[in-house]
Design a protein around this ligand. Sequence first.
Ligand code: SME
Length: 179
Amino acid sequence: MSFTVSGVLDMSSPAAKRSAYADVRARLEALLAGERDAIANLAQCAALIQQTVPGLNWAGFYLARGEELVLGPFQGKVACVRIPVGRGVCGTCAATREVQIVPDVHAFPGHIACDSASRSELVLPLTTAGELLGVLDLDSPEPGRFDAADAAGFAALVEVLLSGTDWTGLSRQASTARE
Ligand code: SME
């Protein structure tokens, strides 16, 4: 199997977008085949998204640790490490377990700015057996970058990730920021 991933895909029309997300989903299935390690699969998923989905400046995961989300595998600029559940876009997604489509991050109360280039954001929950594992966070420098089709496309990727990964070794316990 080849793990070559070419450049970003065309999402310039609704049909192209549907086809592109189906393509990314197939590539993710191939990439994760035969590997169930949680950190490896999260890292591969973040890298695949950043390499193939156009218009992103950050793609990655925040993982549930007690009452906080803690930075997980990602692609993009260095980011804030800890987000309390209920705070910002990611924390709101974690608290409600609902997908957050934010066309203008500056209009979202409590938005946490990690990269000042970000203008819009999409966050999806990762849950297994009713338990929150974390969230998938996508940031874009374009206002209104994400619509329902993007949310559906990323939800399909999350499904592949959830079913193809062994989550038992991933701690959900609180961790400490410092001694
Ligand atoms: N903007 C997010 C914080 C994470 S960074 O975008 C990588 C939020 O408001 O939760």
